[in-house]
Write a protein that binds this ligand. Structure first.
Ligand SMILES: [Zn+2]
Length: 119
């Protein structure tokens, strides 16, 4: 008897075992894995705004006060790097954790530097 690599369910003799990216999966998981990316594409088009355009249109640097401008820009970058790292680790990428830590480190260093220069 074979076991589904996705839900770890035993695949019965009367069921058909499917192969998804080199893993043996049951019929349900096979359908799930095949149909999953489809709604994702349509939902991202509807709900998620185009971040590139947003960043190009309004630069947050302009509204930030003069003194902490550089540090806040670094904090922003650090925060974005950390978010990217979190997204990577959620998707199972091994690079996610070091990237997250790097982003958080950058964020903290900039925050400390901003505090230091401010008073
Ligand atoms: Zn399964």
């Amino acid at each position: 008897m074979e076991t589904c690599s996705n839900c770890e369910r035993d695949i019965g003799n009367l069921e058909t075992a499917h192969v998804h990216k080199g893993h043996i999966v049951c019929t349900q998981c096979n359908e799930l894995l095949h149909t999953a990316p489809a709604p994702k594409v349509s939902s991202t088009a509807d709900t998620v705004p185009p971040t590139r355009n947003q960043l190009g249109r309004e630069k947050p640097v302009q509204t930030i006060e003069k003194t902490g401008k550089q540090y806040k820009a670094i904090m922003l970058v650090g925060g974005l790097v950390a978010i990217v790292g979190i997204v990577f680790s959620l998707s199972g990428d091994a690079a996610g954790i070091p990237v997250t830590l790097m982003g958080l480190g950058l964020f903290l260093v900039a925050k400390i530097a901003a505090w230091w220069s401010h008073g």
